[in-house]
Design a protein around this ligand. Structure first.
Ligand SMILES: Cc1cc2nc3c(=O)[nH]c(=O)nc-3n(C[C@H](O)[C@H](O)[C@H](O)COP(=O)(O)OP(=O)(O)OC[C@H]3O[C@@H](n4cnc5c(N)ncnc54)[C@H](O)[C@@H]3O)c2cc1C
Length: 389
């Protein structure tokens, strides 16, 4: 099988500014494309045998690269397909989907909603690929992929083997996983367990958990609404914040939220103004994973240490911290092409011709403002290539 290589014959560009949603970054040394799982395994084998550095890219919606580019091989994940698997022994309403890694995540949600399957409808409108979805455990409007992810098929860089990894061994947490933490390999496909609504004529969503979404729908927390209505409401809300990719919306030229919500001890949170929003973490969210990579690789399920009684941890609102550190929507440093979104303080946007370095410079400025005002260090959410904060 001939791999698809760049310089014309893949139909794919080789500059990161054309491969990422924030549209910054220089050239890749070499681009391989995997349009099926087998092709991904093949191009990975070719790449991993050689001395080149390598990286993966799906939709490029969570990656920011410098103008120096990347002097190695980029493997573009473009495999497609959704299949329904048998689920013997599972509850009658369980429906298992296997999705190839390069499939558009939002197309998966659309498929689920149009087939009356609940569990991912609040994750409507998140850009990128299905294979990247577990990498940072995508989440929005009260749902996370961790709640429905059954397993992944993983091509392991260390062993070269294809393994099935149950979701329980992936260390899925708030915007993180063992893969984001450095476990090398390629997610070839993901298996999701969704629920078929009892009312097939009017399939309902999972219970609404996010207040802003409940308000937009005119319902209470815990209510269920028609699946399609929930999807429409989420996309409307996201679009109002520039968080749906839209060629006509300059605020959507971003990598989504640039910073994660910081997690600090309750006593650190007490030093903040009383009006600063905070949410106590659940005990299981506080428990630190203690399983080693080697154990995980050999299939040992993730173990967590006992959740500490003290100190309790709380999640803060990065958006609130940024706004209250004096950085307002639309803010840009003089002469820079990067700016805070005009509708969402957490997103850094490319207003035209920005460089990766300008994006990082603005991110550092925001970090410094928040740190000097509140003593909290914001962490970037996107993967930064050849850029540092
Ligand atoms: C407008 C906008 C809104 C967003 N809203 C949200 C949101 O609400 N919630 C949220 O969680 N995220 C959000 N994001 C971030 C982003 O969409 C998600 O993180 C998405 O899952 C990234 O997918 P991707 O294919 O574009 O990843 P890429 O940017 O291509 O890759 C991201 C990382 O995953 C790795 N990776 C990619 N594919 C694979 C694979 N098959 N196997 C192993 N590793 C892989 C890459 O190497 C890289 O390290 C938003 C982004 C944008 C631009």
């Amino acid at each position: 099988m001939r791999p698809h290589i760049n310089q014309g014959d893949t139909g794919e560009p080789s500059a990161f500014r054309d491969l990422t949603t924030i549209r910054v970054g220089g050239e890749a040394g070499r681009v391989f494309v995997g349009r099926t799982s087998d092709e991904l395994v093949h191009v990975a084998g070719l790449t991993w045998q050689g001395p080149d550095e390598w990286m993966l890219l799906g939709g490029g919606s969570n990656t920011v690269v410098s103008e120096e580019g990347f002097d190695g091989t980029v493997i573009l994940v473009r495999s497609q397909g959704i299949e329904v698997l048998d689920t013997p022994g599972e509850p009658a309403d369980a429906v298992r989907l296997r999705v190839q890694a390069g499939h558009s995540w939002d197309a998966v949600v659309e498929y689920a909603v149009s087939h009356g399957l609940a569990g991912i409808e609040a994750l409507s409108g998140i850009p990128g690929s299905a294979g990247a979805a577990p990498v940072q455990n995508i989440g929005a409007y009260g749902q996370e992929i961790a709640e429905v992810l059954h397993a992944i098929t993983f091509l392991d860089y260390e062993t070269g083997a294809i393994t099935r990894m149950p979701a329980a061994v992936l260390g899925l947490g708030y915007r993180t996983s063992v893969i984001k933490q450095g476990r090398l390999g390629i997610v070839l496909s993901i298996d999701l367990t969704l629920r078929r609504s009892a009312d097939t004529d009017n399939p309902l969503s999972a219970p609404v958990r996010y207040q802003q979404l409940a308000d937009a729908l005119g319902v209470s927390i815990g209510d269920r609404v028609p699946l399609a209505e929930l999807r429409r409401a989420v996309i409307r809300l996201r679009a109002s914040k520039g968080m749906v990719l839209d060629a006509t919306d300059p605020d959507s030229v971003s990598a989504g939220s640039f910073f994660t919500n910081p997690i600090v001890t309750e006593s650190a949170a007490r030093t903040l103004p009383a009006v600063a929003p905070r949410w106590p973490l659940q005990p299981e969210e506080q428990a630190v994973a203690v399983t080693t990579f080697e154990e995980l690789a050999s299939g040992v399920p993730l173990r967590r240490a006992e959740a500490p009684a003290e100190p309790r941890l709380v999640k803060l609102s990065a958006a609130w911290l940024i706004e209250n550190s004096g950085v307002s929507r639309g803010f840009a440093l003089p002469g820079s092409g990067a700016a805070i979104s005009s509708r969402h303080t957490l997103a850094i946007t490319n207003r035209g011709g920005a460089t990766g370095e300008e994006v990082a410079q603005l991110a550092r400025f925001v970090q410094q403002r928040v740190q000097s005002e509140f003593g909290v260090v914001l962490q970037p959410e996107p993967v930064l290539v050849d850029l540092e904060l």
